[in-house]
Every structure is written in structure tokens, then in C-alpha cells.
Write a protein that binds this ligand. Structure first.
Ligand code: KG4
Ligand code: ZN
Length: 411
């Protein structure tokens, strides 16, 4: 029996990550170098800076992952790498490095879709919990009932997939199957958090700031609504409006499972203007920026002290509306496709209100729900190495001509 060790490499956006995972079930190490501080002054990820940082970090991060796992390159059975979707230049750094390592060691290269990786972050931890420190020879039976309805919700994606484990006899053998059930037509949910936070003068990325501040506001203060998505006929032939949304067709999807988050961002902007809050947003932005520039990283308390009650209410109402929309559509989709469980993953899955409300709704429906731990909610490489394991067993290897695919679709 081989070592079962796969090195995962992830560089699709603004995190350089490497991890060693044993048999898709046991994280031996997971190292992430975040570029958040570098991109923060620009209010978003700057692709050129991201590629440069990945180049700088990829070797030390991989070395740290190997050291953390207590193994060397000779112990690896394969190298797995994210080949899309993501930023072309950023993906290329990881792919080129993964290819070089695999080629030099004479071991297989495995390509993993970033969205599939996010889904496997939850499956990995689910297996890990069940194995609970016991031997890997223990039961490999899935804990989360299958098929599962997966909501992948991050800064670049808002997708609903029905995920099914490999059908062949051995539970872990062969590739998982994914059917696209729903998706956003424009902004991703995380993008809405980021844009609204920016508009309110808060830091980047916006999700964690909004998550914290929302606790102190009244979620019912501003009744934000989501307009019904128009009929399929209306959407047919129309190109989705964002890069992220271009990677999959929408015409075949049930409109009840389509999302649109650009409207609520505009509604928040209108509220700010109508209620004369523009000036105070600018004051907040300058105050937080001044703190950063003086070398004192602003805390939640600083931000809270700079928000009046009306702003806190606005923030709470925005988050309540977005979480409510995600919740309604995810559970409606789970019911429509007969999913046996719900899984939420991606950066926005870190959100407290989202976890509380999804957990309550799932309990009411008697449907199990799973989230990744906070460390595996945002981008990491353990999820890439874990997703690669069934492909490794099935012998699904990538060629040496593997390329970055910024719009790679899953399903
Ligand atoms: O998965 P991720 O690290 O990167 C992408 O693949 O996009 O997700 C980052 C996104 C950002 O938009 C960030 O604002 C959002 O996840 N996010 C949150 C929270 N933590 C991160 N959104 C809401 N609440 C949070 N606690
Ligand atoms: Zn991601």
C-alpha cells in the first residue's frame, strides 16, 4: 500500500496555499499565505499583484506544508492543483509549479476544479471527524447522507450543485458527480458583502466586517426584497453580466434557483443617499484608513464605534436579506431535487447568521446540514488534495499540457 499522501496546491485568487492530505481523509498539514493585507488598500484583488505574490510564496509555502506533514517529496503519491476557475495568471503559478514537482518525481498530476475543492472541504472534515484520530483503516463510510445539495458561496461564486459520491462499489472509488441546479446571474454573494462594505467605508474583504457589525443592528429595520428572477424565456440568449457567471449556461436552470445580488447593492446605495449617510461613510473610511496607515490595524470595536445605529441597522438588514435569500433557495432546491442533506461552503459560509439560520431551518426540516470549519471555509489547499483522492484512485490524471482555465465549469 502506498503512502496515500497527496500534495495539494491552490493559487486561484489571493491565497497561496499548500497542504498534504492522507487518503482524502486526514489533513497532515495545511498552510495558507493570505494576500488580504496587500490588496486591502485597493478594495479588491489586483490580478498582477496576486500573481507576483504567488510566485514569491509558492516555494516556501509548499516547503512549510511538507515540513508540517513530516514528509518529503519522495513520500508523495501525487500532486494536485487547482486548474480553474480563477485568475489566469494566479492559476498559472500553481499549475506550473505542481507540474514541475510531479514531473521531477515521476508521480501523477491531478487537476481539481476550485468549486469541487470547496465542496470537498466539508467532506474531508466530515471523514476526519468520523475517523476521529483512529486508524485510517477504519470505516470509510460517508457520514453526511447523500446526495447532498451543495451551496458554494464565496467572493467569486454562488452556485447550487447536487453532489453524488462515486457510484462504483468501493465508496471512495471514481469521480464524484455534480449537477448544476442554480447560480447567480450577476454578482456573487461574497462580492455583494464586499461592495456594500466598501460603500459603507468599511475594510476589505467586507464579509467579516459586516458579519460582526450586523450583530448590533436591527435586521428588520430596512425591508430589502429580492425581485423574482424573470422567466427563462426572458433570460435565454442573454449573456450573464459578470465574468464569474459566464462559466455555465443558465437557460436550463429553474429560475427559482437563480440568484441576483447586484440589485441589493444598489438598494443599499440608494438608502445611503436618501438618508444623508454618504458623508458619514466617507468619515468612517478615512478614519479606518488613517488607523491602518499609522500601523494600528483597525479592530471590530473601532469600526463599531464609527457606526451610528442607523448604519448598524442597515448592515443587519442587508445581511439578513442576503442570508434569507440563500436559505430559501438552497432548501427549496434541496427539496426539489430530493437531496438527503445540505452542505454550505466557501468564504461566506463563515458567516455567523448564515450558520445559525441554516442550522435552524435544517433542524425544522429534519435535513442534516454541514459547514466547513472557519479555517477551511476560505481558500486552502487541503480541500484540493482531498478532492484529488477519488481521482487518484480512479487513475484520472492530468497531462503535462494542463492549462489554467479561468472559467472552468463544474458539472
Ligand atoms: O472562498 P473565498 O476565500 O474566496 C473565493 O473563492 O472567493 O471567499 C472570500 C469571500 C469574500 O467575499 C468575503 O467577504 C467573504 O468570502 N466572507 C464572508 C465572511 N468571511 C468571508 N462573508 C460573510 N461573512 C463572513 N464572515
Ligand atoms: Zn474559493
Amino acid at each position: 500500500m502506498g503512502s496515500g499522501l497527496i500534495l495539494g496546491i491552490e493559487s486561484s485568487c489571493d491565497e497561496t496555499a499548500a497542504a498534504v492530505v492522507e487518503r482524502g481523509a486526514w489533513t497532515r498539514s495545511s498552510v495558507v499565505a493570505s494576500q488580504i493585507a496587500m490588496h486591502a488598500p485597493y478594495g479588491g484583488v489586483v490580478p498582477e499583484l496576486a500573481s507576483r505574490e504567488h510566485l514569491r510564496n509558492i516555494v516556501p509555502i509548499t516547503r512549510a506544508a511538507l515540513t508540517g506533514a513530516g514528509c518529503g517529496l519522495d513520500d508523495l503519491e501525487a500532486v494536485a492543483v487547482t486548474n480553474g476557475p480563477g485568475l489566469a495568471g494566479a492559476l498559472l503559478v500553481g499549475i506550473t509549479y505542481a507540474k514541475a514537482l510531479a514531473f521531477a518525481r515521476g508521480i501523477p498530476l491531478i487537476a481539481v476544479n476550485h468549486l469541487e475543492g470547496h465542496i470537498h472541504a466539508v467532506l474531508l472534515e466530515d471523514r476526519q471527524r468520523r475517523l476521529g484520530g483512529t486508524s485510517l483503516a477504519g470505516s470509510e463510510e460517508m457520514g453526511l447522507p447523500m446526495p447532498t445539495l451543495a451551496l458554494v458561496v464565496s467572493g467569486g461564486h454562488t452556485h447550487l450543485f447536487l453532489a453524488r459520491p462515486p457510484v462504483s462499489g468501493a465508496a471512495e472509488f471514481g469521480a464524484w458527480q455534480y449537477s448544476l441546479i442554480g447560480r447567480t446571474l450577476d454578482d456573487a454573494a461574497g462580492e455583494a458583502f464586499d461592495k456594500v462594505a466598501k460603500l459603507l467605508g468599511l475594510g476589505y474583504p467586507g464579509g467579516p466586517w459586516i458579519d460582526h457589525l450586523a450583530q448590533f443592528g436591527n435586521p428588520k429595520a430596512v425591508p430589502f426584497g429580492f425581485a423574482q428572477i424573470k422567466t427563462k424565456a426572458h433570460l435565454e440568449g442573454k449573456a450573464p453580466r459578470t465574468k464569474g457567471a459566464r462559466s455555465a449556461p443558465i437557460a436550463d436552470l429553474d429560475r427559482h434557483f437563480l440568484f441576483s445580488f447586484s440589485g441589493i447593492k444598489t438598494a443599499v446605495l440608494r438608502y445611503v443617499e436618501l438618508h444623508g449617510l454618504r458623508e458619514s461613510c466617507e468619515v468612517r473610511r478615512r478614519a479606518l484608513m488613517a488607523m491602518s496607515e499609522s500601523g494600528r490595524h483597525p479592530t471590530w470595536l473601532d469600526a463599531q464605534g464609527l457606526c451610528d445605529q442607523q448604519t448598524l441597522d442597515l448592515i443587519a438588514s442587508f445581511q439578513h436579506a442576503v442570508v434569507g435569500d440563500l436559505l430559501r433557495k438552497a432548501f427549496a432546491a434541496a427539496e426539489a431535487v430530493g437531496a438527503a442533506s445540505v452542505l454550505v461552503t466557501g468564504g461566506v459560509a463563515a458567516n455567523r447568521e448564515l450558520r445559525v439560520r441554516f442550522t435552524a431551518e435544517a433542524a425544522e426540516r429534519g435535513l442534516p446540514v454541514a459547514f466547513p470549519t472557519l479555517a477551511l471555509s476560505t481558500d486552502n489547499a487541503a480541500m484540493i488534495a482531498a478532492a484529488a483522492w477519488p481521482r487518484f484512485l480512479a487513475g484520472e490524471f492530468a497531462g503535462w499540457d494542463l492549462e489554467a482555465n479561468p472559467r472552468l465549469a463544474l458539472a
